[in-house]
Ligand binder design. Structure first.
Ligand code: NAD
Ligand code: GDC
Length: 343
């Protein structure tokens, strides 16, 4: 993160994966006034720290967004109803309802004169016709138009990106928008139906290893391609983009594309096991191929997410392994409370 210490920062979605990781990083950097907000009851937050202001609020409601935004200097809006393909394919209305969160947060930011606003968009805004090939298409920012976003979730993100732009152009609110490409790492959702491929595959390999049933079920043909961004790169990229003069929505993703079969290869290698694969062609698959074109972020920031998948996946696998075993022992597992600051 940039060296300057900032104060009065709101993180929405702080009970989730990326929001919780951002709060952890801001604390580590000495930020004194962090307001962490999430709809979940506190005991379900993935990471929670007693030395920040924690609020359990439904940000679909305008008055709660005002409570969240009041007297603050920066808002990172990471709250959304989201998940991997298994979730977004079956919950389109719920995903689109996240439009209330961003709209009300923008209104609240304006009302209380919050100078800076970050919105977490997604690679799901890109035109589906450009992602039909398994040979991974590197998506440039302009490929969001003409618009044919991922049904439900992607359209909400595209609309909310535009709301950010209009609030900037019409009302002078400084808004920054990053299009995250599939983020993974410790503290991410790894079971329950919202997990994305990296965590799901690690969990399935661990399950197979511990149960002795050496089989794995993979959604789709396994030839789908994706790039996966490690959480540390995501946190650093958000900070750089928030502090930059980049006006248009920009890719924040790794450009190391792999097939899902290669992702399974890596998880097996880390787990030291080989599994018999079966392919569920009826499961949610999403687009055939997707990669992040990082020309623009390189041009603006001379930086791009670069943690090799092998390295990030190993850290994720080991973390899920520990969580898995804690859960098997009947321990709460996933929640981290008031962890000491490690610098
Ligand atoms: P997450 O599900 O772990 O966290 C999102 C959090 O938002 C959850 O804790 C949830 O309880 C909270 N939330 C949902 N509705 C709310 C409401 N009405 N009021 C308050 N809080 C609410 O997901 P994440 O991976 O941390 O994603 C963070 C942001 O990044 C989201 O906007 C997501 O769409 C975006 N994004 C994530 C990825 C990824 O791969 N993780 C990719 C693209 C975009
Ligand atoms: O869920 P996801 O990571 O989302 O799936 C990637 C690919 O992995 C899909 O083709 C899916 O079918 C395949 N896959 C194989 N096995 C499994 O066990 C599994 N579980 C899961 N989940 N997938 C499996 C995501 C969105 C996010 C976010 C990012 C942005 O789409 O779901 O909400 O916005 O994109 O990049 P993915 O990459 O399709």
């Amino acid at each position: 993160m940039a060296e300057k210490t900032r104060d009065l920062i709101v993180v929405t979605g702080a009970g989730g994966f990326i929001g919780g990781s951002l709060v952890a990083e801001l604390r580590k950097r000495g930020c004194k006034s962090i307001r962490a907000v999430d709809i979940k009851p506190f005991e379900q937050w993935y990471q929670r720290f007693d030395d920040v202001e924690n609020l359990s609020l439904d940000l679909n409601l305008k008055e709660n967004c005002e409570t969240a935004a009041k007297d603050m200097q920066e808002i990172y809006n990471l709250a959304a109803n989201m998940g991997g393909m298994g979730f977004i394919e079956h919950n389109k209305a719920l995903c689109m309802l996240s439009v209330l969160i961003n709209t009300h947060m923008l209104q609240a930011a304006l009302k209380y004169g919050v100078p800076r606003y970050f919105f977490s968009s997604s690679a799901c805004v890109y035109n589906g016709d450009k992602q039909k090939t398994f040979e991974p298409p590197s998506l440039k920012e302009e490929d969001a138009y003409p618009a044919l976003a991922e049904d439900g979730y992607g359209w909400e993100k595209l609309f909310s990106e535009r709301m950010c732009r209009h609030y900037r152009e019409d009302y002078g609110l400084t808004t920054r928008v990053a299009r995250f490409h599939n983020v993974y790492g410790p503290w991410g959702t790894w079971y329950g139906g919202r997990e994305k491929a990296p965590a799901a595959i690690c969990r399935k390999v661990i399950e197979a290893k511990l149960s002795g049933k050496h089989e794995i079920s993979i959604w789709g043909s396994g030839t789908q391609t994706r790039s996966f961004m490690f959480i540390d790169d995501c946190i650093k990229g958000m900070d750089l983009i928030m502090r930059s003069n980049i006006l248009e929505p920009i890719n924040l993703g790794s450009s190391e594309a792999v097939t899902i079969n290669q992702l399974v290869d890596l998880a097996e290698e880390i787990g030291g096991i080989k599994l018999k694969r079966s392919y569920d062609l009826t499961a949610p698959k999403g687009v055939n191929g997707r990669n992040s074109d990082n020309t623009l972020i390189q041009k603006y920031l001379q930086w791009e997410p670069s943690t090799p998948l092998r390295i990030g996946l190993e850290r994720t696998y080991r973390w899920i392994y520990d969580q898995y075993q804690a859960r098997e022992r009947g321990e709460a597992g996933v929640v981290r409370e008031s962890a000491p600051i490690v610098s």
